[in-house]
Design a protein around this ligand. Structure first.
Ligand code: SAM
Ligand code: DTB
Ligand code: SF4
Length: 324
């Protein structure tokens, strides 16, 4: 049964279940609602890099942070399509284009992104974008161009938000999510652990996500990648047990959503990733780079899939099943 009336207390109780029991419960939910053994493979591409006016304290791309990143203008259409084809040939079924924008503006760069969306969609890939805040009209234009999903993370709890970002509010984020949903796009929304937040902040983030009228279609769980030159570069690394708790609780609360083991995966062994898949993660980012930071090698992911007996999920699988 899919619920959206969870209380904070209920979620706190699930989150604090002894880890073996928690993973077992999540695994049962996973088995019931998802095709076990199937993992959605997504590829990220930063189509416009750096120079962002937001002050997200984790991000390599904020112009307020003093990172080693070289800003890059919007990529050319042909180069984006080449990357998408390469991702498809490497086995990805979803392609996500990111731009370091505070919000989308109605200019020629947005027109070019719309063309990229159409081009990638024509390759038979699920297209996702993450471009910052949107207006209703922009969300509709993206949908018309062939966009499948829009990524817009809440990152943490409402209470902790202004410790991480001061240039926008939680409410701004929620409003964009509503516009994305109203335009008929699949919502991709999750968070980051390791920002210095407490367990209670993580529980509240999970509460916000799982009590939305419709659960997000996908929930990325990122572990902070500490970037040199950002205020969070020396943060203490979160342990795999905390990551497991986050994934398992998300899986139990949102049985039908894809739970994506996102940033931070390249610090995990095959065994640790196996635990994440047992706990209900069923999506990953593949390819040597996330947006600006290194990710797992394709060859080692291939080896891990073979060892664990995992297979990549086909694109548009949910729709195909719903139509039947
Ligand atoms: N500018 C757009 C936005 O903020 O929505 C899109 C790009 S932004 C880089 C996408 C997401 O990546 C962020 O919301 C954040 O959750 C995640 N992210 C960024 N830097 C990260 C880091 N160093 N470690 C983990 N996750 C990170
Ligand atoms: C998400 O939740 N994680 C991805 C994707 N959505 C856009 C981005 C992770 C970025 C990690 C840091 C970097 O590579 O810059
Ligand atoms: Fe800009 Fe997005 Fe990075 Fe924030 S997370 S600084 S909005 S690119």
């Amino acid at each position: 049964m899919i619920r959206n009336d969870y209380t904070i207390e209920e979620i706190r109780e699930i989150y604090n279940t002894p880890i073996m029991e928690l993973v077992f419960r999540a695994s049962q939910v996973h088995h019931k609602y998802q095709a076990t053994g199937e993992v959605q493979v997504c590829t990220l591409l930063s189509v416009k890099t750096g120079g962002c006016s937001e002050d997200c304290s984790y991000c390599s791309q904020s112009s307020r942070n003093h990172t080693d990143l070289t800003p890059q203008r919007l990529m050319k259409y042909d180069d984006v399509i080449d990357s998408a084809l390469e991702a498809k040939n490497a086995g990805s079924t979803r392609f996500c284009m990111g731009a370091a924008w505070r919000n989308v503006r109605d200019n020629s760069d947005f027109d070019k992104v719309l063309e990229m969306v159409s081009g990638v969609n024509a390759l038979g890939l699920e297209v996702c974008c993450t471009l910052g805040m949107l207006t209703e009209e922009q969300a509709h234009r993206l949908k018309e161009a062939g966009l499948y999903a829009y990524n817009h993370n809440l990152d943490t709890s409402e209470e902790y938000y202004d410790k991480v970002i001061t240039t926008r509010t939680y409410q701004d984020r929620l409003e964009t999510l509503d516009k994305v949903e109203e335009a008929g796009l699949s919502v991709c929304c999750g968070g980051i652990i390791g920002l210095g937040e407490t367990d209670e902040d993580r529980i509240k983030l999970l509460h916000t996500l799982s009590t939305r009228e419709n659960h997000p279609g996908s929930v990325p769980v990122n572990v902070l990648v500490p970037v040199k030159g950002t205020p969070l570069e020396h943060n203490k690394r979160v342990s795999v047990w905390e990551l497991l708790r986050m994934i398992a609780t998300a899986r139990i609360l949102m049985p039908k959503s894809m739970v994506r083991l996102s940033a931070g995966r390249n610090e995990l062994s095959y065994e640790q990733q196996a635990l994440c898949f047992m706990a209900g993660a069923n999506s990953i980012f593949a390819g040597e780079k996330l947006l600006t930071t290194p990710n797992n090698e394709l060859a080692s992911d291939k080896e891990m899939f073979e060892i664990l007996g995992l297979k990549p999920r086909e694109s548009f699988k949910v729709e195909a099943e719903e139509v039947q």
